[in-house]
Design a protein around this ligand. Structure first.
Ligand code: GLN
Length: 246
């Protein structure tokens, strides 16, 4: 068995506030897929007001949240955790931010009466729209390794519209659904091991290969992970693709 000394250390930011749409399921998938391979797994949390250890995890996770919960987290993220998160990203730690968490990765999230600060890890802004929420099954094409295109399928439900700036790269291209803003065909953002996406769904159970990509990236290992029996996961992925109309 490959040597994954120390195992995978995951830190969930605001686990009590930013956790809608199966975010806990995403964390469980990471745990199971490590343990099934004999890779140690540990999960910590960092809530409001708690300092974040920039060396304390290999993967930092920020889940989805309602606007009101995001308000509480945005200031804390910008004031208490900002430097640590930048330091973690700088040393190659993986960061996965989903929906509400994704919206806080950039410069700002503009609501009707106030503008929430972002943590400034990537060049993007989000604006809350009065237009109908962007809801539904979604499928995107991503190219995590050059020349290897794969499909992620999930579910989106957001009122915010995200626009990535010239210094940012989209995570994927929308095949079905709305993506970042319903107009430009982009979904999410990616800068190395920092990924933001609107895909809930739950994301990782329906896209087990992506869970493995994250584990591998977070561990910083070159060798591929041991394959698992993914017949159930493949079925869930196929069902999610069908639901999105692919
Ligand atoms: N509150 C955000 C929005 O509505 C994100 C919602 C979510 O995480 N599903 O745009």
């Amino acid at each position: 068995m490959p040597d994954h000394a120390g195992g995978l250390r995951v830190c969930a930011l605001y686990p009590d506030l930013m956790n809608i749409y199966a975010d806990r399921g995403n964390l469980l998938v990471l745990e199971r897929r490590c343990r099934w391979r004999g890779i140690d797994f540990s999960l910590s949390g960092s809530g409001l007001g708690e300092p974040l250890d920039p060396d304390g995890a290999d993967l930092y996770y920020i889940g989805g949240g309602q606007d009101r919960d995001q308000k509480l987290c945005a200031l804390d993220l910008a004031e208490v955790k900002r430097d640590a998160l930048h330091e973690a990203a700088g040393r190659g730690a993986a960061i996965l931010a989903v929906c509400g968490g994704y919206q806080l990765l950039g410069h700002s999230y503009q609501l009707a009466e106030e503008t929430l600060p972002g943590v400034g890890l990537v060049d993007l802004t989000t604006v809350r729209s009065e237009d109908p929420r962007l809801i539904g099954n979604v499928a995107i094409e991503v190219e995590l390794e050059p020349g290897v295109r794969r499909v992620l399928a999930g579910f989106e439900n957001h009122g915010g519209r995200t626009h990535i700036g010239p210094k940012a790269t989209a995570f994927g291209r929308v095949l079905k659904g709305h993506g970042n803003n319903g107009t430009d065909g982009y979904e999410g953002v990616r800068d190395g091991n920092v990924i933001g996406t609107y895909l809930h769904g739950p994301l990782l159970p329906k896209n087990a290969w992506f869970a493995d990509w994250l584990i591998q990236a977070a561990l910083g290992r070159g060798e591929p992970l041991e394959p698992l029996d993914d017949r159930l996961e493949a079925g869930a992925h196929a069902e999610a693709r069908r639901a999105a109309g692919l």
